[in-house]
Design a protein around this ligand. Structure first.
Ligand code: ANZ
Ligand code: ZN
Length: 843
């Protein structure tokens, strides 16, 4: 052997002996990727497109904690694999920077929201940069950038022009602490979602978006989203809350004895019910305290002062407090007021009670205490009659709410619930006493906030012309600088104090006019941001339609489940509107959706400054490296599950990388990289052909490919650990086989993989390589048929791998449509897995 060759081999050997030093490696590769433009996405490409999206963060003052990047790491793993598999990948990032959190932070820290936001963005960006993501920063967007919110305002104007944005004076949710109006979506158990204070109802002028016009389409199109989690679709269905029922008229009668004529003969109380079959069981009628009839009937009501007192008291409660089953029911009888039963003509007493909501149905109900729980409780409390009309229960002790056969019901006697419904509806329609009616729980979207840090609503109020849209050529209406941006509490935003800005000319008549001072809610800018990444600096349109046609819809959207009924409802609505006006090509924005499970603190609590248990990714990266953080977060448990942080687990991830690093010592250095035949992607080194290693290697390539696609990162990594084990048992490992391992590890530990790839003698980035193929014969693993029992009966069977873990079984069956059907949106009580046989779900 010539001397120089020995020397070369020695140098190589020495290089391989060097320790794994993530600090040095990671920085170097991050700047390499930047320099080579590895993360830049081309709009023109022959490759198939793949748009993968994270829910963009609020750049809060606290910076990133280790929970934030979990979703971003996952999308990065998928993005990198897709790149290697030959897709043109779009994986952007930006900032949802308007809204209360940013503003409250700014107020608390006495800095302007813009200054604070810019600073926070810089921090977030630096932190994200250290984790080694593929984000294409040339497409960065920021909802508070006037060039961005120009198009948020533009969309609002299009809605206004089509009657979908309107002013209203209805009572709205008011947070006394944040001093702003909140949408229903911003409430949690009747409290402000941000600060936790109980919400009051106040009448106030508001801008409202007519989202209800889209209720039916949003509901029906859920069926076109097979790649959305069933649970999220169910939450959206419940949120939209389509209820098919009947409205029934109860004519007012003047007095219990039918004497006198009070001019009330034409007035009726109209109720909404889903159970017209129980009409013969009505023992009283209830109207909501806000119902206009209360005022109209004032002179007839004999106990007015008592009623008035009750009206005052009802004002302070939120809808949720009012309708909660557990809460004690209250109400007052309207003395002197009666209605007539539409069939029997019987006199029926009338009550007001706040368990009836003003803005649902007709704001009035026919009470059937025998078959409705709330009516039952109310009747017990106030000693009102209970009349059983559906057989099957014991209505002395509880309401019987199931279906059954009608009794005590005249012409409905003996009929089943559904037949009785039909017959009653027919009767009511024939007698002009009622008709079918559809209701939605979804309310129109209260779209104005009395705060500074939001998009100005592009409307001008003119005394002559009313609300006039700002001409499109004058967009954006920029948020002016103010000195004092704290909320005023008067129902106006701090913008109202800037006279120079507020006073303007009417775009229509040129007369004096005032600008709208309310701003948009935080959810505005996030309702369409995914479109802007496609074409971030377009000055002429929200997005170029050709580019949109190429990139849309988002192929994969990953984010927190807490957005199921807020952001994801708003964005679908906004998108459908843009589709209707021809601004986009597709009706649904997100083809596939995946929830991220929270990362809890090591103590099992939520990570929070308050508990002092927050872990900063910077510290983790400093100590263990970004690749260890990435591996650990993907390995910590099933992706959608909440898991507590574990430093031990993190150390384990680092140990795994160290072991793979040292596998280099076993590399068969028989040939120098140059003289070696090019590494074939699909073929492993024939020298190892007989060993178990080959089987495990092919299985691992298959498993990692499939698992990344299905977001089963933990099992993908477990399999790679098995492969590492298998390799460490060998005396020598061929470079080809090791290279294949490094390639499939690359999406998880990109810096680490680049370094090994370089050491293997490659010149180009590993991410320009083609993803390894496997031999399906060799990759075959043992499987068995898993029986899925629900409440003791086999309802489904699934083919699974023999060594499937219990956690993987549980995760898998929760994805089964059949299981979901039986769960009806609920969590299972118990799941028992009997290894290699069956899994039993108790509902
Ligand atoms: C009589 C009845 C009998 C009812 C019975 C139920 C069971 P969903 O399915 O949510 O639409 N309701 C109607 N309007 C209401 C309002 N504004 N505030 C509070 N409750 C209201 O529920 C419809 C049912 O909720 C209606 O059917 C009505 O009670 C009540 F055995 O009418 B039901
Ligand atoms: Zn005017």
């Amino acid at each position: 052997m010539p001397f120089c060759l020995i020397l070369a081999k020695l140098i190589l050997l020495f290089a391989f002996m060097k320790k794994y030093n993530p600090k040095e490696i990671e920085k170097r590769w991050q700047s390499f990727w930047l320099k080579k433009g590895i993360n830049k996405t081309d709009n023109k490409s022959d490759k198939p497109k793949y748009y993968i999206l994270d829910m963009f963060p609020y750049p809060s003052g606290a910076g990133l904690h280790v929970g934030h990047p979990k979703g971003y790491i996952a999308t990065d793993v998928v993005a990198r694999m897709k790149m290697m598999q030959g897709s043109n990948v779009l994986h952007p990032m930006g900032w949802d920077a308007f809204g209360l959190p940013a503003e409250n932070y700014a107020i608390a820290n006495k800095v302007h929201p813009k200054v604070a936001t810019d600073k926070n963005i810089a921090t977030f960006k630096k932190q994200l940069g250290k984790i080694g993501f593929t984000h294409d920063w040339s497409r960065e967007i920021n909802t508070t950038d006037p060039k961005y919110y120009k198009w948020t305002q533009w969309t609002f104007l299009q809605m206004f022009k089509r009657g979908l944005a309107y002013e209203s004076n209805e009572p709205v949710n008011w947070c006394p602490v944040d001093k702003t109006v909140l949408a229903n979506e911003d409430l949690e158990n009747g409290c402000c979602e941000r600060c936790g204070s109980p919400v009051e109802r106040r009448p106030m002028r508001q801008w409202v978006l007519r989202i209800t016009k889209y209720a039916d389409r949003m509901l029906n199109d859920l069926d076109k989203l097979p790649k959305w989690p069933t649970a999220i679709k169910e939450m959206q269905r419940n949120w939209i809350g389509k209820s098919e029922g009947t409205s029934i008229k109860f004519p007012l009668s003047d007095s219990p004895l039918g004497r006198g004529r009070g001019g009330l003969a034409n007035q009726v109380i109209e109720v909404f019910t889903t159970r017209p079959d129980t009409l013969f069981g009505v023992t009283y009628v209830v109207i909501s305290p806000e119902n206009k009839l209360v005022g109209e009937l004032k002179i007839k009501i004999k106990n007015w002062s008592e009623v008035e007192q009750y009206l005052e008291q009802a004002k302070t409660k939120s809808d949720l407090e009012r309708t909660e089953l557990q809460k004690e029911k209250t109400g007052v009888k309207l003395e002197g007021i009666f209605v007539k039963h539409p069939v029997t003509g019987e006199e029926i007493q009338v009550w007001i009670a706040d368990y009836v909501l003003a803005n649902y149905g007709t704001g009035a109900v026919m009470a059937v205490p025998a078959h409705d729980e709330r009516d039952f409780e109310f009747a017990k409390k106030y000693n009102l009659p209970v009349k059983e009309v559906v057989a099957g229960g014991d209505v002395n002790s509880a309401a019987y709410t199931e279906i059954g056969k009608n009794i005590n019901s005249d012409f409905l006697n003996g009929l089943s619930t559904s037949d009785a419904k039909e017959k009653m509806i027919t009767w009511l329609e024939e007698h002009n006493s009622g008709k079918k009616q559809i209701n939605y729980k979804l309310r129109d979207w209260v779209f104005s906030r009395q705060r500074y840090w939001g998009e100005p609503i592009p409307i001008v109020h003119c005394e002559k012309c009313g609300a006039v849209p700002v001409p499109e050529k004058d967009l954006p209406v920029e948020l002016p600088k103010v000195k004092n941006y704290e909320p005023t509490g008067t129902g106006e935003s701090p913008l109202a104090n800037i006279e120079k800005w507020v006073n303007t000319k009417c775009p229509k008549c040129d007369g004096p006019a005032k600008r709208e001072t309310n701003t948009m809610p935080q959810w505005a800018g996030s309702s369409w941001y995914y479109l802007r990444y496609i074409d971030p600096s377009n000055d002429k349109a929200l997005v170029d339609k050709k580019l949109e046609k190429y990139w849309s819809p988002v192929d994969f959207y990953v984010g927190g489940a807490e957005h199921a009924t807020r952001h994801l409802i708003y964005a679908r609505f906004w998108h459908k509107f843009l589709f209707d006006i021809g601004a986009v090509n597709y009706e649904e924005p997100f083809t596939r959706l995946q929830n991220v499970g929270l990362i809890m603190a090591e103590d099992g609590r939520k990570m929070s400054k308050r508990w002092g248990n927050v872990i900063n990714p910077d510290d983790v990266i400093d100590q263990y490296g970004a690749d260890s953080l990435r591996i650990y977060e993907m390995f910590m448990g099933p992706f959608a599950q909440a898991v507590a942080w574990s430093t031990q687990g993190l150390i384990g991830a680092r140990r795994f990388l160290d072991r793979v690093w040292h596998l280099q010592d076993k590399l068969d250095m028989g040939m120098s990289p140059k003289s070696q035949s090019p590494i074939s992607k699909s073929q492993t080194n024939p020298k190892d052909q007989n060993s178990k290693l080959i089987t495990v290697l092919h299985q691992t390539i298959k498993k990692v490919s499939d698992d990344i696609e299905e977001m089963r990162f933990n099992t993908a990594i477990a399999k790679m650990m098995e492969l590492a084990n298998e390799m460490s048992k060998q005396e020598k490992i061929s470079k080809e086989n090791f290279a294949l391992f490094v390639q499939i590890l690359a999406p998880f530990a990109p810096h680490f993989a680049e370094e090994l790839w370089l050491a293997l003698g490659h010149k180009k980035s590993i991410f320009t390589e083609v993803w390894p193929k496997y031999d399906s014969e060799l990759a075959k693993s043992e499987t068995f048929t898993l029986a899925v029992q629900i409440n003791g009966k086999v309802r489904d069977t699934i083919e699974v791998e023999s060594e499937i873990s219990e956690a993987a079984v549980k995760e898998l069956i929760m994805k089964s449509e059949k299981v979901q059907k039986w769960l009806e949106g609920k969590e299972p009580k118990k799941i028992i897995y009997i290894k290699g046989k069956l899994v039993s779900v108790v509902v």
